[in-house]
Design a protein around this ligand. Structure first.
Ligand SMILES: Nc1ncnc2c1ncn2[C@@H]1O[C@H](COP(=O)(O)OP(=O)(O)OP(=O)(O)O)[C@@H](O)[C@H]1O
Length: 469
């Protein structure tokens, strides 16, 4: 499900549901009271004619139900087209740079027109249907009434007392009004029904990864990690992304996971963070199967720096302290983390320092600056385990060197998993494992360097480093 679609359901569609519920609740009491009052009045004036008038109600109900169902279908189509438009805009607007540099404006304009046209057509259809329904109901009622009255007069040959007939007609007009209001409320409900279904679809979604009732909380962990015969595939029937992986990372150890792009390195980190469940095998942290550890607790003990540094709209300080469960920002800790991540330097020259806003998704910062802030966020979390997934790919050599020194200090007290292609980072590890085609094997430094830079830095850098190593 696209992020834009979910956002649309939670915001706009929830609003429509509220309107539908309001409309039904707001109509049901006054219309019922008016119906009872006018019905009683009509029966008192002329019971026979009242019976005739009442016979039209089933016809109206049929018309309201049929048109209401059609309105529900049209509303569903209109919701889907609007959700698709929202998802599309949510996708393309943050990617404007890619659109522009690839001359994609025209293509995107056509796509936008196409989606907007479908949305316009569906919404116009919905509006037309909404306007048509009250007219159709009124026409059905009047036509039905005329036919029935004329029929009954013709059959019985009765004549009306003009005064009584006028009072009857007045009561009838006031009797019809609430029926129409009820019809309108019913239409509002039918129009809101698809939104209601789509919102409930969200609430029915049960996350695959959730806490067991018996899950334990660990106050602290040493950071000993074991992968036991772990196999995982994203899609059933496809070859496994992680295939029978066995790996023991001892507490306090630094391990580098290398391998070709798409080889499954990030997936391994995601399995450790329990973002997915392995189909077979298990992962243990300090000899506890991670499925038996409370999810929140597990993720508190593992700080993860992803290869796409993700920042939220807000200040630099808030972004660094994001993992703080209480939401209180410890500025001393924030500054310390920023110093270690070598971010302090650029933060201090910003006009508002740590209170500077980073823009939507950190749009006002460079790739390297965003990366340093996400490293600072992980350091602030002060977890026993640090997982760095291509965390330094956007840094210049000087920043990387400074960060490398800082990480050296952290390594003494942390279990560190480095997923990297850059040789500088890989050579910091105590051990190197190679993940290729889902299979994992340990490689010595010399064996790794003899891989001719296939999974690391280019061969010339490798040979230079080989001399230094
Ligand atoms: N959510 C997903 N659904 C389906 N397939 C996925 C998903 N995420 C990753 N994959 C696939 O799993 C494989 C491994 O991806 P992964 O991100 O773990 O590789 P990686 O080794 O970290 O690559 P890189 O070095 O390029 O970051 C890839 O073929 C990828 O297409």
């Amino acid at each position: 499900m696209a992020a834009g679609d979910i956002a649309h359901r939670i915001t706009d569609e929830a609003d429509d549901v509220a309107d539908a519920v309001y409309s039904v609740l707001n109509t049901i009491v006054p219309t019922s009271l008016q119906l009872i009052a006018m019905g009683t009045q009509m029966v008192a004036i002329d019971p026979q004619l009242s019976l005739v008038a009442a016979m039209v109600i089933p016809c109206m109900s049929i018309v309201i139900a049929k048109l209401g169902e059609r309105l529900r279908q049209i509303s569903k189509e209109a919701r889907l087209s609007l959700a698709m438009l929202a998802a599309y805009l949510n996708d393309v607007l943050p990617s404007m740079l890619t659109v522009k540099v690839n001359n994609g404006e025209h293509k995107e304009m056509l796509r936008f027109h196409e989606l907007a046209f479908v949305d316009l057509k569906n919404n116009l259809g919905k509006k037309k249907m909404k306007a048509l329904i009250p007219q159709a109901v009124r026409t059905t009622y009047i036509a039905g009434l005329v036919v029935l009255c004329a029929g009954s007069v013709a059959v019985s040959g009765t004549t009306f007392d003009p005064e009584g007939f006028l009072s009857f007609l007045t009561a009838l007009a006031l009797f019809v009004e609430p029926i129409q209001d009820f019809g309108k409320a019913y239409n509002e409900y039918k129009q809101g029904e698809p939104a209601l279904e789509r919102i409930f679809d969200l609430t029915r979604f049960i996350p695959e990864v959730r806490d067991k009732p018996s899950a334990v909380h660990l106050n602290s962990v040493k950071g000993d990690i074991k992968f036991h015969d772990v196999t995982f595939r994203y899609v059933a029937g496809m070859p496994p992304t992680v295939d029978g992986v066995n790996l023991h990372i001892r507490a306090g150890e630094t391990i580098a996971i290398v391998g070709p792009s798409g080889g499954g390195k990030t997936t391994l980190a995601k399995l450790l963070l329990r973002l997915y469940h392995p189909q077979s095998g298990y992962i243990a942290l300090d000899n506890h199967d991670i499925q038996d550890i409370q999810l929140q607790c597990l993720r508190t003990h593992i700080a993860f720096v992803s290869q796409d540094p993700m920042l939220f709209s807000g200040t630099i300080a808030k972004n660094i302290a994001y993992g703080d469960p209480v939401g209180d920002i410890n500025m001393r800790k924030v500054e310390n983390a920023a110093k270690i991540a070598n971010a302090d330097e650029f933060i201090k020259i910003l006009p508002e320092g740590y209170d500077s806003y980073v823009g939507q998704r950190g749009s006002s910062l460079s790739g390297g600056q965003k990366q340093r802030l996400s490293i600072a966020r992980a350091i602030y979390q002060n977890s026993s385990i640090l997982v760095l997934d291509e965390a330094t790919s956007a840094l210049d050599s000087r920043s990387e060197l400074l960060l490398k020194e800082a990480l050296m200090n952290l390594m003494a007290s942390h279990t560190v998993v480095i997923i990297a292609h850059r040789l500088e980072m890989i050579l910091m590890a105590d051990r190197i494992v190679l993940l290729e085609g889902g299979k994992l094997r340990e490689v010595t430094r010399s064996a790794f360097l003899s891989l001719d830079g296939r999974f690391g830095s280019p061969p010339d850098v490798l040979s230079r480093e080989l001399g230094e190593a």
